[in-house]
Design a protein around this ligand. Sequence first.
Ligand SMILES: [Zn+2]
Length: 325
Amino acid sequence: MPNTPIFNTFADNTLDRSGNLRKNPEWISSQLHHPKAKFIPMLNLMVPIKKENNFSYIKYLSFSEISYYLDNSLNPIFLGTKKSIPYFVCDLSESNKIQNLNDLISFEELRNAAMSLSNEEASILALARSITDWRLNNNYCPKCGDKTKTLNGGNSIICKNETCKKEIFPRTDPVVIMLVYNKNKCILGRQSHFPINFFSVLAGFMEPGESIESAVSREVLEETSVKVKNVTYHSSQPWPYPSSLMIGCIAETEDTSIIIDQEEIVEAKWVERKIILNALDLAKDSKADPLKENKLNHKRLILPPPIAIAHQLLRCWADNPKFFL
Ligand SMILES: [Zn+2]
């Protein structure tokens, strides 16, 4: 890859997860009662945000504040420590004091909030959102159906049934996302839920028993009938909706025609580098989420914003014509 900095939103979590220490319930208890412990309240998977001087920050609560909302049913998940301060996330969706909470804190969708947060805070919230979603969906053992309880400060769960005791860990779903190019052109695709002029690079879930290279080749072939070669890894991005890992790649092809699979995408086309460069500059300056923007200008190409790894893949390829000959 070209020697240029890589900036992926959600990929800058600086918390020390303390993987060995968190196995000890007594240590977790001491962290819960640490005088400076920070708690991230979550409400229906939305994240707590405070705004100051046009910047956004995480709105943390103290132990006594978060305890007030959950009474005796406090079940925080340990996220990690930074400078010896422990961080936890706590789902408050079941609290009977939600009205008070809504008066105190502004909750937002992470995807929107991330555009005005530091990447470090966006990354902490990505972890908080993914693991909260996982915990909410795993109250019962997938093997025997009995109830589960938490281990490792909430970073894994175990079946309560003594004859089962199945331990379950948070899942991550790998997705390959790839820029495919031929000389000065690359392939862009449009899914059915995209606005009419919004295009991105191709992507798809990996399948069991598949290497990253094989997944890239298969997805591109399935969606466009294009055969790729020289699949190269670029970077990766946690994508907390709910728990994907985007694996960014760049691949070359000698094919120049496209036959699309209508079930996967509704449109795909070759786009020249200079058009990509213009559209990237416009996407960089736009604060709006193009997927939620209904009044788009239909005359020009809209690309994903910098928050998406697709933007970073396109930027890498478009800015380095000598590297990607
Ligand atoms: Zn079980």
